[in-house]
Design a protein around this ligand. Structure first.
Ligand code: DAH
Length: 361
């Protein structure tokens, strides 16, 4: 090989090795072997040579071209390897890290408890009904046999909405519902007996301490047909208490009480013991109040266009936070609504642990 060709070879191969990335390498290739490249240019001059000289020069040039092409390929592989190595280093996976827990969320105890109630009453043939959080005075009070000036209205610590807000026809003032009982009225007005519903929902009262929150939850129940009597009321609620608290022979007591929308009315207590400040639900020497109930007042039936001579039934209502606190041993109501992840991690439920009577609630 002539000095001249040797020089071209050294120069080109040095440039190939110096190419820092694939784009630079391609530029070197074009300048040597491209249409206007230096080696291609030399090839073009072969035609003007004597046959013998052409053969020798042709062989030399071909060898040079092959050597350069080989060097380019080798460099290309090197650069591609380096690039992959850099990416692997950058995106390094530490396979020894513990797997991220994939179930970070928890079901809030309120949702869980409502699901438990739906599971229990669903099994007894109840369906779920709902009503609006913003009610009118008529559904929240009057239709439930709580006329204006009735003392029960004061007990409810009602949030009245500004009188400027549009009132319903008839001038009924709007309120944040103080209980889920207005859904009894809505259901009886739009469907005919037999009725068997439970109503889980949000309720509101201007009251706030360790056991009261301005927003809380209730579950209401209503059964209307031609034959349901106090015996059915008792059987249903005893069965509910035992299923919910998971105590088969839980003592349940019906204590006479008063609600304007039921007659007779009762409050339901369950047996418990309170030893050393520890509450235990079950047989014991003490009682805990957990819900209100009664036979639906004939006046309420009449208000809903249902004939009390033909139909009768019972109703009940309970506070969801209260029964959740009793069942799960929560001392304070306020953290229910604090959105504190630590509390939720402690008291919350895993999404796949849906309540069911088969597996136990
Ligand atoms: N609505 C009542 C309250 O919030 C609870 C209640 C008592 C509901 C007796 C009922 C019932 O359906 O029959 O205090």
């Amino acid at each position: 090989m002539s000095d001249d060709l040797q020089h071209l070879k050294d120069e080109t191969i040095t440039a190939v090795k110096a190419a820092g990335d694939l784009a630079a390498l391609e530029a070197v290739r074009v300048s040597a072997l491209g249409k206007k490249g230096r080696i291609t240019g030399r090839m073009k001059t072969l035609g003007g040579l004597e046959p013998a000289a052409r053969k020798a020069a042709g062989q030399a040039l071909n060898a040079l071209k092959n050597a350069v092409a080989e060097a380019i390929e080798a460099r290309k592989t090197e650069l591609a390897d380096a690039e992959l190595g850099a990416r692997l280093a950058g995106e390094r996976l530490d396979v020894t890290l513990p797997a991220r827990p994939d179930r970070l969320g928890r079901i809030h105890p309120i949702s869980q408890t409502m699901e438990e109630l739906v599971a229990i009453f669903g099994e007894m043939g109840f369906t779920v009904a709902e009503g609006p959080d913003i009610e009118d005075d008529y559904h929240n009070f009057t239709a439930l046999n709580i006329p204006p000036e009735h003392p029960a209205r004061q007990e409810h610590d009602t949030f009245y909405l500004p009188a400027l807000l549009p009132m319903l026809a008839g001038g009924s003032r709007m309120v944040l519902r103080t209980h889920t009982s207005p859904v009894q009225i809505r259901t009886m007005k739009k469907s005919r007996p037999p009725i068997r519903i439970i109503v889980p929902g949000r309720t509101f009262r201007a009251d706030s301490d360790a056991t009261h929150s301005p927003m809380f939850h209730q579950v209401e129940g209503l059964v209307i047909d031609e034959s349901s009597h106090m015996g059915h009321l008792k059987g249903t609620l005893i069965e509910f208490c035992r299923a919910f608290f998971g105590v088969e022979d839980l003592p349940v007591r019906f204590r006479p009480s008063y609600f304007p929308f039921t007659e007779p009315s009762a409050e339901v207590d369950i047996g418990c013991t309170r030893a050393d400040g520890q509450l235990k639900i079950g047989h014991g020497d003490d009682w805990l109040e957990i819900l209100g109930c009664g036979m639906v007042h004939p006046k309420v039936l009449v208000n809903c266009g249902i004939d009390p001579a033909r139909y009768q039934g019972f109703a009940f209502g309970m506070g969801v936070e209260r029964i959740a606190m009793l069942k799960y041993g929560m001392p304070d109501l306020r953290p229910f609504f604090d959105s504190d992840q630590r509390w939720l991690r402690h008291y919350g439920f895993l999404p796949l642990e849906a309540p069911s009577l088969v597996r136990g609630l």
